[in-house]
Design a protein around this ligand. Structure first.
Ligand SMILES: CC(C)(COP(=O)([O-])OP(=O)([O-])OC[C@H]1O[C@@H](n2cnc3c(N)ncnc32)[C@H](O)[C@@H]1OP(=O)([O-])[O-])[C@@H](O)C(=O)NCCC(=O)NCCSC(=O)C[C@@](C)(O)CC(=O)[O-]
Ligand SMILES: NC(=O)C1=CN([C@@H]2O[C@H](COP(=O)(O)OP(=O)(O)OC[C@H]3O[C@@H](n4cnc5c(N)ncnc54)[C@H](O)[C@@H]3O)[C@@H](O)[C@H]2O)C=CC1
Length: 439
């Protein structure tokens, strides 16, 4: 059995490779070859990537693709997407092309408020705590000035600090609930630094607050951390057109298609099992742009799903209606994004993705990302209510299956042709491949 290792973090990269491949793989030399194949020959670039995280062994590639033809507020964008799943980029591109001739996407930022909290335990009189809070509130701001002064110069900073009594939820639990404007930064580090300063001011201030008893002076700060639930850092993206312009081909009339789209959204609104998949489809688009632009997809995912459940039941992030013969389809989504900070100026591909997008501000990026989510949902629903999802998805997935089977280039060409006219299920692809090899 492999023994635990002390000091792994201190080993060199080669030593780490030796240890992991010797102890956890069947063929150490083969495993090392795989890991090293992904090293970048440019040593400086490789070192940059090594230093993004800890204990780096190699790089993990994701395809970086482009979905063109996105008309957003009358500007044409080509949207970079980093994702492993086939058909997502094609679906986004198809939806962009569809709406290009129908007025494009309209977007607006509904808010940019970020949130952070100092969670603390206070055993004592709540009125005295309120009086104490009013007294130290100016100090909370002033002692944070070394952290906030540059952000304030840019027009951002701390926007509010509130004392919240949470003792009904948990005995003696209070919080400083704080809001921030972090402009083009996602803001995690800025907010956390401010919160840790607030925590110090709070604890020190309590020790010196004359009307507190000895016990009341001992405020216990449990933690100080930003919240990834940002319902007021919100963006709306929408499309609309007269129903008779919704011609999607096939048997379905434009009116029936519009009606089915609305029904599909209504089902996702009331049925959590469907809502989760519906929103997964939206996140196909959102995450891909978040990754390509070096943003924090875990933060976005956590916040988006909390928002989808804000009314007490997990529900659709998109909405659809037919009113006065107009089909309208829109999304409201919370997105705390950065176009400065984090990886944005470090990762060469991230910098390039932002350049392709016209070096957007964080607000502009919020709008682009929301559009990617909406487009993805439109494409998926369009397939679901017409041909079914498998036709298009399997068409795109075909090459993955053929690669798994070890098909040659000539075999891939023959089989791609064949599956233009035949339904591509996994078993059908395997059968056609085997047949081709026999013939
Ligand atoms: C897959 C398509 C686009 C095929 O659609 P199609 O009609 O067969 O495509 P087409 O060959 O007629 O081409 C039309 C346009 O689609 C795009 N397109 C088409 N093919 C490509 C390609 N190879 N590479 C790049 N772009 C492509 C491209 O914009 C192209 O225009 P052009 O470039 O020719 O001017 C369509 O069937 C579709 O949109 N399907 C939906 C796919 C989807 O949603 N995939 C996500 C994965 S499934 C999932 O995870 C989520 C889900 C579905 O469960 C969510 C939910 O349930 O709500
Ligand atoms: N729970 C979470 O989501 C957490 C996330 N993180 C990570 O924190 C990182 C993001 O933190 P940030 O503070 O955004 O990045 P950061 O620490 O790189 O800071 C960005 C800084 O850029 C400066 N700046 C320059 N021009 C600006 C402009 N126009 N607008 C605003 N600021 C400008 C500001 O000083 C700002 O604080 C991400 O990598 C994220 O993964 C870290 C801790 C927790």
């Amino acid at each position: 059995m492999t023994k635990p290792i002390e000091g792994f973090s201190k080993l060199t990269k080669e030593e780490k490779l030796d240890w992991i491949t010797t102890n956890y793989t069947e063929n150490s030399e083969d495993a090392k070859k795989i890991l090293k194949r992904y090293w970048n020959p440019d040593k400086t670039l490789q070192q940059l990537h090594d230093e993004f995280i800890e204990n780096t062994l190699t790089n993990y590639y994701l395809p970086f693709g482009i979905a063109p033809n996105f008309l957003i507020n009358d500007t044409l964008y080509a949207i970079p997407m980093a994702i492993e799943e086939s058909s997502v980029v094609a679906a986004a591109s198809k939806a962009a092309k569809f709406w290009l001739t129908r007025g494009g996407f309209k977007t607006r930022v509904l808010g940019t408020q970020k949130i952070g909290q100092v969670h603390f335990i206070f055993q004592g009189n709540p009125q005295k705590l309120s009086a104490f809070f009013e007294e130290i509130k100016p100090k909370l701001y002033s002692e944070a000035v070394p952290i906030t002064k540059n952000m304030e110069k840019r027009g951002g900073g701390i926007t509010e600090i509130e004392l919240r009594n949470k003792t009904k939820a948990l005995e003696n639990y209070y919080q400083l609930h704080c809001t921030f404007e972090t402009l083009d930064a996602m803001g995690a580090n800025f907010i956390n630094s401010c919160l840790e300063q607030f925590a110090n001011t709070l604890k020190t201030g309590a020790q010196n607050f004359a009307s507190f008893t000895k016990e009341e002076k001992n405020i216990e700060v449990v933690m100080a951390i930003l919240s990834n639930y940002v319902p007021n850092c919100l963006v709306r993206a929408e499309v609309s057109c007269p129903v008779n312009q919704l011609n999607v081909g096939g048997q379905l009339s434009s009116a029936d298609f519009a009606q089915k789209m609305v029904r599909a959204v209504e089902i996702a609104k009331v049925e959590p099992h469907r809502a989760v998949t519906h929103n997964k489809g939206i996140m196909n688009g959102i995450d891909a742009v978040i990754l390509a632009t070096g943003n924090d997809f875990r933060a976005v995912e956590a916040g988006v799903h909390a928002y989808a459940a804000k009314d007490g039941r997990y529900s659709s992030l998109t909405h659809a209606e037919v009113k006065d013969n107009t089909f309208r389809f829109w999304i409201d989504v919370p997105l705390a994004l950065g176009t400065v900070g984090g990886l944005t100026s470090l990762h060469p591909l991230v910098k390039l993705a932002l350049e392709i997008l016209g070096k957007p501000s964080a607000e502009e990026l919020m709008q682009i990302v929301a559009v990617a989510g909406l487009a993805q949902n439109f494409a998926a629903l369009r397939s679901l209510v017409t041909t079914g999802i498998q036709e298009g998805h399997m068409k795109m997935h075909l090459l993955n299956i053929l690669n798994q089977l070890g098909a040659t280039e000539a075999e891939k060409t023959r089989l791609t042709e064949y599956f233009k006219k035949n339904a591509a299920t996994h078993s059908a692809v395997v059968a056609a491949f085997e047949q081709l090899r026999k013939s």
